[in-house]
Design a protein around this ligand. Structure first.
Ligand code: ADP
Ligand code: 5GP
Length: 201
């Protein structure tokens, strides 16, 4: 059933926990959901495509977008900018399409302040050692970058109490099932079903 307005969903979790993997699986299973492709100044990893994983831009272009107020939120993360295009997500939400953001904790805090109806999910690995293993196994970052990301993860974990839901990515299918359950529960909220209720008034 078509919704009046889409649900904004924020997914955060440390680099390497498996967000991209879980999101790809979720999008393959679920309709009416749009993944917001962020803008970043970081270099593409092997296999990443411009316009699919990220919109890759240089610092000058990113700073122009900040100055022009084109971003819902942005943050600097391990020396690169990352940000969400306001227009791309507003258009989808207006069309009744859910929008999923994969953003880190500072950006999530900005969305929390600006978008009261948004849903906040934090995703963790089954253990810290497993996070380190996944970052190494992905084989895309230098040892220095991995060390920086693991340090950053410890700081990010402190923000978990500000989130609505905690998902554990032990098996990908399990994490996807938990997110599906959260999204289904959100859809069943009375406030999200007001249009059906009019016939019973
Ligand atoms: P993120 O987007 O959070 O940075 P990725 O999706 O790139 O993380 O995943 C990091 C690495 O961990 C990848 O090599 C991916 O294949 C692997 N991975 C993701 N989820 C799982 C899982 N549940 N179990 C084992 N490995 C996983
Ligand atoms: P990565 O370099 O591993 O792809 O992403 C690094 C971090 O940046 C991740 O925690 C990811 O969630 C976050 N990120 C990706 N896009 C955005 C964005 O548009 N805004 C913010 N604030 N963080 C983002």
């Amino acid at each position: 059933m078509k919704k009046d307005r889409g649900q904004l969903i924020v997914l955060s979790g440390p680099s390497g926990v498996g967000k991209s993997t879980v999101i790809a699986e979720l999008l393959s299973q679920r309709d009416n959901i749009y993944f917001s492709v962020s803008y970043t100044t970081r270099q593409p990893r092997v296999g990443e495509q411009d316009g699919v994983n990220y919109n890759f831009v240089d610092r000058a272009e990113f700073e122009r977008m900040i100055a022009a107020d084109e971003l819902l939120e942005y943050a600097e993360y391990v020396e690169n900018y990352y940000g969400t295009s306001l227009k791309a997500i507003e258009d989808r939400l207006d069309q009744g399409i859910d929008v999923l953001l994969d953003i880190e904790v500072q950006g999530a805090a900005k969305v929390r302040a600006r978008c009261p109806g948004a849903l906040f999910i934090f995703i963790i690995p089954p253990s810290f050692e497993e996070l380190s293993r996944r970052l190494h196994r992905r084989n895309t970052d230098s040892e220095d970058v991995i060390a920086g990301r693991l340090e950053k993860a410890k700081v990010e974990f402190r923000e978990i109490p500000s989130y609505d839901y905690l998902v554990i990515n032990d098996k990908v299918s399990g994490a996807v099932a938990e997110i599906e359950a959260i999204l289904t529960a959100a859809e069943c909220r009375v406030e999200n079903r007001r249009s059906i209720l009019t016939q019973f008034a």
